[in-house]
Design a protein around this ligand. Structure first.
Ligand SMILES: *Cc1c(COP(=O)(O)O)cnc(C)c1O
Length: 495
């Protein structure tokens, strides 16, 4: 098995190269050229294992040039002791068929921990193999949760530096505080004047600039990426969908005789792509339901076949999904086009030039067989939080609520109410202001009083990492123009 680029199939690299490079030279994304298909006996074995065992099993199929000991070292290091629940990805069943897969029991209370706790291990192990001791420089563009999860994952990891850019007005106060107070000698945080797409475009530009690369190389450094364009981010996400399938099988085999659907609150298309790969590997997933907020570029794309980012950008109460360019869609387009690298390169070029591209009828038909797209605005998000809390006593965060809302839209329009896994991507306490306003008229003056009030009103527990933030010191206060991102990087690296 090798990794090939979505824009040039003749580029072939090993897992360690794909992970340490992050992005292919010509701008394409790395994808495996084959996937292991899991059969009944594989699933039988997986069902008997705990999360670490399952992660080991599944990640081994992707890490072709890692030894079994190396894979185990990475997986154990990532998932031992860093999650507040013995099971990093537990399921909460609501009613008969809504299986809420809670992916926020890690150190930053959002699903990105599942991948970003293991990525530093994968990356440093990869770098040792392929880049002979160069210092790894991680650049991250974040709409909120990736930034903190990456900072936490890479904090004081030897021979790495990490720099995070976030849109100054595009993250929640809690997300901002989480990042600005990050500890560690190798971490750098910078707010930019612009939105997430500006941050992401800026990082991509720095990343692919040959002059910048040379300058780093002269200083014995090398870029890599912790964004979900890095294969090392995606592979660990496949694990929890397969693990959720095993957990449901263990509960009741008969329950899944017609397979299951998956709903994912989507931004950059990484999480839902991982669910697609789980399906490709053999998990009996029926429909992949892509839930968007008011930034509904993906809903329109799924329904019309035309991707068009030329539209208003909305700042919503589910900020981690405020995205108009979903980077990981490129990998899905590669799949849908039957690995047609030239077609993908053309679509991405059109997107860069005109902000839009249209897929063929054939691709659209394939896409509609696999995906259902739906969206909801902030008001509907709040109503949904209220509904699930008052009817089921389940407190959802704003992102999860978008998924729950679109799940209902799907059931209502199709009548398909088979068992469904709903990805719950953040703790409600990360977005306490909005969540509180959905369930109560009470108001508090500060962020942390809001957190306590939310706990009182709902009788739910405040996650420890949120509690600890209250007395954290703010270390980073810099705001830069989007044109000055490169200067900020040089300054942080002192080169
Ligand atoms: C990142 C994030 C998302 C979006 O996930 P993608 O993989 O970018 O589609 C949804 N919800 C939360 C809470 C997130 O942090």
């Amino acid at each position: 098995m090798n990794y090939i680029s979505t824009r040039d199939k003749s580029v072939k690299v090993t897992a360690a190269m794909a992970i340490s490079q992050g992005l292919s030279q010509e701008g394409g994304l790395f994808v495996p050229d084959t996937f292991k298909t899991l059969d009944t006996s594989d699933f039988k074995k997986l069902c008997e294992l705990d999360y670490i065992g399952r992660a080991n099993y599944i990640l081994s199929t992707f890490l072709n040039d890692f030894t079994p000991e190396e894979v185990e070292y990475c997986v154990k290091g990532a998932y031992t002791g860093s999650f507040d629940n013995e099971q990093p990805a537990p399921i909460s069943l609501i009613g008969k068929n809504a299986n809420i897969l809670e992916l926020w029991h890690g150190p930053t209370c959002a699903f990105k921990d599942l991948a970003l706790q293991v990525l530093p291990y994968l990356l440093t192990t990869s770098a040792k193999k392929v880049s002979g001791g160069k210092k790894i420089v991680i650049l991250v563009a974040t709409s909120g949760d990736t930034g903190k999860a990456a900072l936490e994952g890479f904090c004081d990891v030897e021979n790495t530096e990490i720099m995070v850019f976030y849109p100054s007005d595009g993250v929640s106060p809690m997300q901002k505080l989480q990042m600005d107070s990050q500890k560690g000698d190798n971490v750098h945080v910078c707010a930019i004047k612009g939105n997430f797409d500006d941050a992401q475009t800026g990082v991509k530009k720095i990343f692919t600039d040959n002059k910048v690369k040379e300058k780093l190389s002269d200083n014995n450094m090398q870029f890599s990426s912790a964004n979900s364009i890095n294969w090392g981010r995606l592979a660990p996400q496949i694990v929890y969908y397969i693990s959720a399938y095993c957990d449901m099988l263990n509960r009741n085999e008969d329950y899944l005789k017609d397979g299951f659907n998956v709903v994912v609150p989507t931004g950059n298309f990484g999480n839902i792509l991982a669910a697609y790969y789980a399906k490709k590997m053999g998990a009996p997933i029926n429909k992949l339901i892509c839930a968007s907020n008011a930034n509904n570029v993906l809903t329109d794309f799924i329904n019309t076949g035309k991707y068009d980012r030329n539209r208003s950008f909305f700042t919503t109460i589910s900020p981690s999904m405020d995205i108009l360019i979903s980077s990981n869609l490129e990998r899905m387009l590669f799949e849908l086009s039957g690995n047609d690298d030239k077609a993908v390169a053309k679509m991405q070029a059109d997107l860069a030039k005109d902000g839009t591209f249209t897929v063929s009828e054939e691709i659209k038909a394939k896409m509609n067989e696999l995906f259902f797209g739906g969206c909801c605005d902030d008001e509907a998000t709040l109503t949904t939080i209220n509904k699930y809390f008052s009817e089921y006593g389940y407190l959802a965060d704003t992102h999860t609520a978008v998924a729950l809302n679109v799940y209902e839209q799907y059931v209502n329009t199709t009548g398909d109410d088979r068992p469904t896994v709903i990805a719950s991507t953040a703790s409600p306490y990360k977005f306490a202001n909005s969540v509180l306003s959905a369930v109560s008229d009470k108001k508090a003056d500060s962020e942390f009083e809001t957190v306590r009030l939310l706990s009182d009103v709902t009788s739910t527990e405040i996650p420890a990492p949120i509690n600890a933030l209250e007395n954290a010191t703010v270390r980073f206060k810099e705001i830069c123009e989007k044109e000055d991102m490169l200067q900020a990087v040089y300054k942080a690296l002192v080169i």
